[in-house]
Design a binder for this molecule. Structure first.
Ligand code: NAD
Length: 302
Protein backbone atom coordinates (compact mmCIF):
# COMPACT_ATOMS: atom_id res chain seq x y z
CA UNK A 1 0.00 0.00 0.00
CA UNK A 2 1.21 3.50 -0.74
CA UNK A 3 -0.11 6.26 1.49
CA UNK A 4 -1.88 9.34 0.19
CA UNK A 5 0.50 12.29 0.36
CA UNK A 6 -0.77 15.24 2.40
CA UNK A 7 0.93 18.13 0.63
CA UNK A 8 1.33 21.31 2.64
CA UNK A 9 2.21 23.23 -0.50
CA UNK A 10 -1.21 22.47 -2.05
CA UNK A 11 -3.21 23.11 1.13
CA UNK A 12 -1.27 26.36 1.63
CA UNK A 13 -2.39 27.63 -1.80
CA UNK A 14 -6.05 26.88 -1.04
CA UNK A 15 -5.94 28.68 2.31
CA UNK A 16 -4.00 31.68 0.97
CA UNK A 17 -6.56 32.06 -1.84
CA UNK A 18 -9.36 32.01 0.73
CA UNK A 19 -7.57 34.63 2.84
CA UNK A 20 -6.93 36.81 -0.24
CA UNK A 21 -10.62 36.71 -1.20
CA UNK A 22 -11.68 37.65 2.31
CA UNK A 23 -9.17 40.50 2.48
CA UNK A 24 -10.62 41.95 -0.76
CA UNK A 25 -14.17 41.68 0.56
CA UNK A 26 -13.34 43.33 3.90
CA UNK A 27 -11.48 46.10 2.09
CA UNK A 28 -14.55 46.80 -0.07
CA UNK A 29 -17.00 46.67 2.80
CA UNK A 30 -14.98 48.25 5.63
CA UNK A 31 -12.14 50.12 3.88
CA UNK A 32 -9.41 48.38 5.93
CA UNK A 33 -6.84 45.63 5.38
CA UNK A 34 -5.01 43.47 7.94
CA UNK A 35 -1.87 45.15 9.29
CA UNK A 36 1.12 43.01 10.25
CA UNK A 37 4.39 44.32 11.68
CA UNK A 38 7.46 42.13 11.71
CA UNK A 39 10.17 43.18 14.14
CA UNK A 40 13.59 41.79 13.32
CA UNK A 41 16.49 42.44 15.68
CA UNK A 42 19.99 41.98 14.28
CA UNK A 43 21.04 40.11 11.15
CA UNK A 44 20.68 36.39 11.86
CA UNK A 45 20.56 34.85 8.31
CA UNK A 46 17.90 32.24 9.22
CA UNK A 47 15.72 34.97 10.80
CA UNK A 48 16.15 37.18 7.73
CA UNK A 49 14.99 34.38 5.43
CA UNK A 50 11.92 33.60 7.63
CA UNK A 51 11.00 37.27 7.82
CA UNK A 52 11.42 37.73 4.06
CA UNK A 53 9.03 34.85 3.44
CA UNK A 54 6.48 36.28 5.86
CA UNK A 55 6.69 39.70 4.23
CA UNK A 56 6.34 38.24 0.72
CA UNK A 57 3.25 36.28 1.76
CA UNK A 58 1.66 39.28 3.51
CA UNK A 59 2.30 41.41 0.40
CA UNK A 60 0.71 38.85 -1.89
CA UNK A 61 -2.43 38.88 0.25
CA UNK A 62 -2.78 42.67 0.16
CA UNK A 63 -1.94 43.18 3.84
CA UNK A 64 -0.53 46.42 5.20
CA UNK A 65 2.90 44.97 5.89
CA UNK A 66 5.36 46.88 8.07
CA UNK A 67 8.93 45.72 8.34
CA UNK A 68 10.74 47.09 11.37
CA UNK A 69 14.42 46.15 11.46
CA UNK A 70 16.34 47.03 14.61
CA UNK A 71 20.07 46.85 15.36
CA UNK A 72 21.53 43.98 17.39
CA UNK A 73 22.38 46.37 20.26
CA UNK A 74 18.84 47.73 20.78
CA UNK A 75 18.10 47.79 24.52
CA UNK A 76 15.29 45.87 26.16
CA UNK A 77 13.61 49.16 27.12
CA UNK A 78 13.74 50.42 23.55
CA UNK A 79 12.26 47.19 22.24
CA UNK A 80 9.49 47.30 24.87
CA UNK A 81 8.73 50.89 23.83
CA UNK A 82 8.50 49.77 20.20
CA UNK A 83 6.03 47.04 21.11
CA UNK A 84 4.00 49.55 23.09
CA UNK A 85 3.88 51.80 20.00
CA UNK A 86 2.50 48.99 17.82
CA UNK A 87 0.10 47.87 20.58
CA UNK A 88 -1.48 51.33 20.32
CA UNK A 89 -1.41 51.55 16.52
CA UNK A 90 -4.92 50.92 15.14
CA UNK A 91 -3.58 50.06 11.67
CA UNK A 92 -1.64 47.10 13.11
CA UNK A 93 -3.54 43.89 13.92
CA UNK A 94 -0.66 41.47 14.29
CA UNK A 95 2.75 41.96 15.96
CA UNK A 96 5.47 39.50 15.24
CA UNK A 97 8.84 39.51 16.98
CA UNK A 98 11.23 37.23 15.14
CA UNK A 99 13.08 34.88 17.51
CA UNK A 100 15.76 34.33 18.67
CA UNK A 101 16.49 37.72 20.22
CA UNK A 102 20.03 38.77 21.28
CA UNK A 103 21.16 37.39 24.66
CA UNK A 104 20.87 40.73 26.52
CA UNK A 105 17.11 40.79 25.89
CA UNK A 106 14.62 38.74 27.93
CA UNK A 107 12.52 37.02 25.23
CA UNK A 108 9.72 36.14 27.62
CA UNK A 109 9.40 39.75 28.79
CA UNK A 110 9.18 40.95 25.18
CA UNK A 111 6.62 38.36 24.05
CA UNK A 112 4.48 38.99 27.14
CA UNK A 113 4.44 42.72 26.36
CA UNK A 114 2.57 42.15 23.09
CA UNK A 115 -1.15 42.94 23.35
CA UNK A 116 -2.77 39.45 23.48
CA UNK A 117 -5.29 40.67 20.89
CA UNK A 118 -2.41 41.29 18.46
CA UNK A 119 -0.42 38.18 19.40
CA UNK A 120 -0.95 36.36 16.09
CA UNK A 121 1.73 33.80 16.98
CA UNK A 122 -0.50 32.69 19.88
CA UNK A 123 2.37 32.40 22.39
CA UNK A 124 1.15 34.93 24.99
CA UNK A 125 -0.02 33.23 28.21
CA UNK A 126 -3.47 34.77 27.72
CA UNK A 127 -3.78 33.06 24.34
CA UNK A 128 -2.41 29.80 25.73
CA UNK A 129 -5.17 29.99 28.36
CA UNK A 130 -7.81 30.80 25.75
CA UNK A 131 -6.69 27.78 23.72
CA UNK A 132 -6.94 25.55 26.78
CA UNK A 133 -10.51 26.71 27.48
CA UNK A 134 -11.39 26.15 23.82
CA UNK A 135 -14.53 26.99 21.83
CA UNK A 136 -15.32 30.66 21.31
CA UNK A 137 -12.57 31.68 23.77
CA UNK A 138 -9.87 30.79 21.23
CA UNK A 139 -8.37 33.73 19.35
CA UNK A 140 -5.07 32.75 17.85
CA UNK A 141 -4.18 29.06 17.84
CA UNK A 142 -0.38 28.82 17.49
CA UNK A 143 0.51 28.57 13.82
CA UNK A 144 2.24 25.19 13.47
CA UNK A 145 -0.41 23.21 15.44
CA UNK A 146 -3.18 25.15 13.65
CA UNK A 147 -1.56 24.12 10.36
CA UNK A 148 -1.42 20.49 11.46
CA UNK A 149 -5.12 20.49 12.34
CA UNK A 150 -6.02 22.09 8.98
CA UNK A 151 -4.01 19.41 7.16
CA UNK A 152 -5.78 16.61 9.02
CA UNK A 153 -9.23 18.08 8.43
CA UNK A 154 -8.70 19.12 4.80
CA UNK A 155 -7.38 15.70 3.87
CA UNK A 156 -10.63 14.15 5.11
CA UNK A 157 -9.22 12.24 8.10
CA UNK A 158 -11.85 11.49 10.78
CA UNK A 159 -10.83 13.02 14.11
CA UNK A 160 -13.94 12.25 16.14
CA UNK A 161 -13.13 9.44 18.56
CA UNK A 162 -9.76 8.92 16.85
CA UNK A 163 -6.74 7.86 18.90
CA UNK A 164 -4.26 10.69 18.44
CA UNK A 165 -0.72 10.16 19.66
CA UNK A 166 1.56 13.21 19.82
CA UNK A 167 5.30 12.61 20.08
CA UNK A 168 6.87 15.63 21.81
CA UNK A 169 5.66 18.04 24.49
CA UNK A 170 7.04 21.41 23.44
CA UNK A 171 5.08 24.61 24.01
CA UNK A 172 5.03 25.43 20.31
CA UNK A 173 3.93 22.08 18.84
CA UNK A 174 3.32 19.07 21.12
CA UNK A 175 1.32 20.62 23.97
CA UNK A 176 -0.88 22.91 21.85
CA UNK A 177 -1.78 20.30 19.21
CA UNK A 178 -2.66 17.82 21.97
CA UNK A 179 -4.82 20.47 23.58
CA UNK A 180 -6.54 21.33 20.30
CA UNK A 181 -7.39 17.73 19.43
CA UNK A 182 -9.12 17.02 22.79
CA UNK A 183 -11.47 19.98 22.44
CA UNK A 184 -15.16 19.53 21.75
CA UNK A 185 -16.01 20.33 18.16
CA UNK A 186 -15.30 19.59 14.51
CA UNK A 187 -11.75 18.67 13.60
CA UNK A 188 -11.15 17.52 17.19
CA UNK A 189 -13.13 15.33 19.67
CA UNK A 190 -10.16 12.95 19.71
CA UNK A 191 -8.64 10.82 22.45
CA UNK A 192 -5.11 12.13 22.90
CA UNK A 193 -1.92 10.63 24.30
CA UNK A 194 1.27 12.69 24.56
CA UNK A 195 4.57 10.80 24.62
CA UNK A 196 8.04 12.19 25.27
CA UNK A 197 11.61 11.35 26.29
CA UNK A 198 10.48 9.79 29.61
CA UNK A 199 7.74 7.62 28.08
CA UNK A 200 8.27 3.91 28.81
CA UNK A 201 6.86 2.28 25.68
CA UNK A 202 7.07 4.77 22.83
CA UNK A 203 6.50 2.16 20.12
CA UNK A 204 3.49 0.65 21.93
CA UNK A 205 1.74 4.04 22.14
CA UNK A 206 2.53 4.97 18.55
CA UNK A 207 1.14 1.65 17.29
CA UNK A 208 -2.32 2.54 18.68
CA UNK A 209 -2.51 5.86 16.83
CA UNK A 210 -5.11 6.52 14.16
CA UNK A 211 -3.44 9.91 13.85
CA UNK A 212 0.26 10.11 14.73
CA UNK A 213 1.76 13.59 15.11
CA UNK A 214 5.53 13.53 15.48
CA UNK A 215 7.39 16.63 16.70
CA UNK A 216 10.57 15.40 18.37
CA UNK A 217 13.37 16.79 16.24
CA UNK A 218 15.04 13.37 15.94
CA UNK A 219 15.58 12.19 12.34
CA UNK A 220 13.96 8.84 11.61
CA UNK A 221 12.81 8.35 15.23
CA UNK A 222 9.51 6.71 14.23
CA UNK A 223 10.07 3.31 12.67
CA UNK A 224 7.65 1.81 10.15
CA UNK A 225 6.69 -1.00 12.56
CA UNK A 226 5.41 1.67 15.02
CA UNK A 227 2.74 2.75 12.56
CA UNK A 228 -0.76 1.29 12.57
CA UNK A 229 -1.75 0.25 9.02
CA UNK A 230 -3.87 3.00 7.47
CA UNK A 231 -2.95 5.65 10.06
CA UNK A 232 -2.57 9.34 9.25
CA UNK A 233 1.04 10.37 9.94
CA UNK A 234 1.93 14.03 10.40
CA UNK A 235 5.69 14.51 10.49
CA UNK A 236 6.53 17.92 11.96
CA UNK A 237 10.27 17.27 12.30
CA UNK A 238 12.67 19.29 10.21
CA UNK A 239 16.21 17.97 10.66
CA UNK A 240 19.28 19.06 8.71
CA UNK A 241 21.17 15.87 8.00
CA UNK A 242 23.72 17.17 5.50
CA UNK A 243 24.24 19.41 2.51
CA UNK A 244 23.91 19.01 -1.25
CA UNK A 245 24.23 21.14 -4.35
CA UNK A 246 20.86 22.28 -5.63
CA UNK A 247 20.21 21.21 -9.24
CA UNK A 248 18.15 24.38 -9.76
CA UNK A 249 20.49 27.03 -8.37
CA UNK A 250 23.86 25.29 -8.19
CA UNK A 251 24.13 26.51 -4.59
CA UNK A 252 24.68 24.51 -1.41
CA UNK A 253 21.39 23.63 0.31
CA UNK A 254 20.55 21.62 3.43
CA UNK A 255 19.32 18.05 3.15
CA UNK A 256 16.19 17.90 5.30
CA UNK A 257 14.73 14.80 6.93
CA UNK A 258 11.67 14.35 9.09
CA UNK A 259 11.23 12.44 12.36
CA UNK A 260 9.60 9.53 10.50
CA UNK A 261 11.32 7.00 8.26
CA UNK A 262 9.26 8.28 5.30
CA UNK A 263 10.07 5.74 2.56
CA UNK A 264 9.13 2.76 4.70
CA UNK A 265 6.27 4.52 6.55
CA UNK A 266 4.44 5.45 3.35
CA UNK A 267 3.96 1.76 2.60
CA UNK A 268 2.01 1.30 5.86
CA UNK A 269 0.28 4.60 6.60
CA UNK A 270 -3.02 5.63 5.00
CA UNK A 271 -1.84 9.21 4.58
CA UNK A 272 1.42 10.96 5.37
CA UNK A 273 3.08 14.38 5.15
CA UNK A 274 6.42 14.64 3.33
CA UNK A 275 9.46 16.55 4.62
CA UNK A 276 10.03 19.08 3.14
CA UNK A 277 6.71 20.24 1.67
CA UNK A 278 4.45 18.96 4.45
CA UNK A 279 3.83 20.85 7.68
CA UNK A 280 6.54 23.45 6.91
CA UNK A 281 4.56 25.59 4.43
CA UNK A 282 1.55 25.68 6.78
CA UNK A 283 3.07 27.78 9.58
CA UNK A 284 3.32 31.12 7.73
CA UNK A 285 -0.05 30.41 6.11
CA UNK A 286 -1.73 30.14 9.50
CA UNK A 287 0.05 33.29 10.65
CA UNK A 288 -1.67 35.14 7.82
CA UNK A 289 -5.00 33.57 8.75
CA UNK A 290 -4.54 34.68 12.38
CA UNK A 291 -3.73 38.25 11.29
CA UNK A 292 -6.91 38.37 9.21
CA UNK A 293 -8.80 36.94 12.19
CA UNK A 294 -7.39 39.69 14.40
CA UNK A 295 -8.80 42.36 12.06
CA UNK A 296 -12.14 40.54 12.00
CA UNK A 297 -12.25 40.57 15.81
CA UNK A 298 -11.54 44.31 15.72
CA UNK A 299 -14.38 44.83 13.26
CA UNK A 300 -16.71 42.58 15.28
CA UNK A 301 -17.19 40.17 12.35
CA UNK A 302 -15.09 37.20 13.55
P1 NAD B 1 11.58 20.71 21.07
O1 NAD B 1 13.00 20.28 21.05
O2 NAD B 1 11.18 21.93 21.80
O3 NAD B 1 10.69 19.50 21.63
C1 NAD B 1 10.89 18.19 21.22
C2 NAD B 1 10.05 17.27 22.05
O4 NAD B 1 10.23 15.95 21.59
C3 NAD B 1 10.41 17.28 23.54
O5 NAD B 1 9.22 17.48 24.27
C4 NAD B 1 10.98 15.90 23.81
O6 NAD B 1 10.49 15.36 25.04
C5 NAD B 1 10.47 15.07 22.66
N1 NAD B 1 11.50 14.12 22.24
C6 NAD B 1 12.74 14.37 21.80
N2 NAD B 1 13.42 13.24 21.55
C7 NAD B 1 12.57 12.23 21.82
C8 NAD B 1 12.68 10.82 21.79
N3 NAD B 1 13.82 10.22 21.41
N4 NAD B 1 11.61 10.10 22.18
C9 NAD B 1 10.47 10.69 22.58
N5 NAD B 1 10.31 12.03 22.63
C10 NAD B 1 11.34 12.78 22.27
O7 NAD B 1 11.14 20.78 19.53
P2 NAD B 1 9.93 21.52 18.79
O8 NAD B 1 10.17 22.96 18.77
O9 NAD B 1 8.62 20.99 19.26
O10 NAD B 1 10.18 20.96 17.31
C11 NAD B 1 10.17 19.59 17.02
C12 NAD B 1 10.54 19.39 15.57
O11 NAD B 1 9.58 20.03 14.74
C13 NAD B 1 11.89 19.98 15.17
O12 NAD B 1 12.49 19.17 14.19
C14 NAD B 1 11.54 21.32 14.57
O13 NAD B 1 12.48 21.77 13.62
C15 NAD B 1 10.21 20.99 13.90
N6 NAD B 1 9.32 22.14 13.75
C16 NAD B 1 8.83 22.38 12.51
C17 NAD B 1 7.96 23.44 12.31
C18 NAD B 1 7.41 23.68 10.94
O14 NAD B 1 7.57 22.88 10.07
N7 NAD B 1 6.75 24.73 10.68
C19 NAD B 1 7.60 24.26 13.38
C20 NAD B 1 8.10 23.96 14.66
C21 NAD B 1 8.95 22.89 14.83
Amino acid sequence: MTAKLIKGTEIREKILNEVEEEVKKIKEEHGVVPGLVTILVGENPASISYVTLKIKTADRLGFNEVQDNQPEDISEEELLALIDKYNKDDAIHGILVQLPLPKHIDEKKILNAIDPDKDVDGFHPVNVGRLMIGGSEVRFPPCTPAGIQEMIVRSGVETEGAEVVVVGRSNIVGKPIANMMIQKGPGANSTVTVVHTRTKDLAGHCKRADILVVAAGVPGLVKPEWIKPGACVIDVGVNRVGEKISEKTGKKVAILKGDVDFDAAKEIAGSITPVPGGVGPMTITMLMKNTLKSLKFRLGIA
